[in-house]
Write a protein that binds this ligand. Structure first.
Ligand SMILES: C[S@@+](CC[C@H](N)C(=O)[O-])C[C@H]1O[C@@H](n2cnc3c(N)ncnc32)[C@H](O)[C@@H]1O
Length: 253
């Protein structure tokens, strides 16, 4: 059986930050697949449904696939990850065989852009590798949370000719010397810049960027670090979850 798996970037939360290419790509989809990892925020799922309601054709089909269970503390970590990837690919293949016609199209909606900190393209590769489906992969780029952040603050990611390093909160402390001029930090549960940045570094922080709940703060680390921590915690309590990103920049040397 041949199938097209279309991975569509839908932007970082504002339903108007979706491209015309993404909207066109929803037109001939036989089924939209949603992977329920059990930890997705309800409002993120709701936004996916809102986007489908606005832009996908009337009567479109959405199929939720629940992530198979995984042993988080196995004796052989690599073997367990391989087993789990194969199990997940098998599960998707079963759904695809049952729900999508031969030569049909199934689509995944991906937050932001599929190339940045997202596992969907890895799942798609696993389906192609571990099952007997003949898979064609089609990727539609999306606005990233990085561009949403820099646009919201009306800044460039780098000064003239400088490099930009994109990393996670967990890896921030491991940025090599010289690569820390402009750092964009995602997936940071506890504002790791407070342990790595210099007091006179400049930070541009944003939460829920592009959405009605957007919060933006900027200034030197010494001026705004405490304010960001306080505002972040207040928002997390009020809304029930938080999604934030920041750019931290060294002073010109
Ligand atoms: C799993 S990654 C997905 C990134 C996505 N593929 C992209 O292109 O932006 C999730 C992280 O993206 C960032 N993020 C995504 N949307 C955001 C938004 N609207 N506002 C602030 N941060 C956002 C946060 O750092 C969050 O922890």
């Amino acid at each position: 059986m041949r199938i097209t798996l279309r991975v569509i970037g839908i932007g970082p939360g504002n339903p108007r930050q979706i491209t015309l290419q993404a909207i066109d790509a929803m037109a001939d989809v036989d089924a939209f697949l949603v992977l329920d990892k059990g930890n997705d925020k309800q409002s993120l799922l709701a936004l996916r449904h809102e986007i489908l309601g606005r832009y996908a054709p009337e009567g479109h089909r959405v199929i939720e696939v629940v992530d198979p269970p995984r042993d988080r503390h196995p004796d052989d970590y690599d073997a367990e990850v391989r087993r789990w990837h194969a199990a997940r690919a098998g599960l998707f293949a079963d759904v695809l065989r049952a729900e999508v016609p031969d030569r049909g199209v199934a689509a995944f909606l991906v937050w932001g852009d599929p190339a940045l900190y997202d596992s969907t393209l890895r799942i798609v590769d696993d389906i192609a590798e571990h099952t007997d489906l003949s898979v064609e992969v089609d990727v539609i780029p999306g606005v990233t949370s990085v561009s949403a952040l820099t646009a919201a603050h009306a800044i460039t990611a780098n000064r003239i000719g400088e490099p930009v390093h994109i990393t996670t909160g967990r890896r921030l402390a491991a940025t090599p010397a010289g690569a820390d001029t402009n750092q964009i930090v995602m997936l940071d549960g506890d504002l790791a810049f407070r342990r790595t940045a210099d007091p006179d570094d400049h930070i541009w922080w944003g939460a829920y960027v592009g959405t009605d709940d957007e919060i933006l703060i900027s200034g030197t680390v010494s001026e705004v670090a405490d304010e960001i921590a306080r505002v972040r915690e207040e928002a997390r309590r009020r809304i029930g979850w938080i999604m934030d990103i920041y750019l931290v920049r060294k002073r010109s040397r």
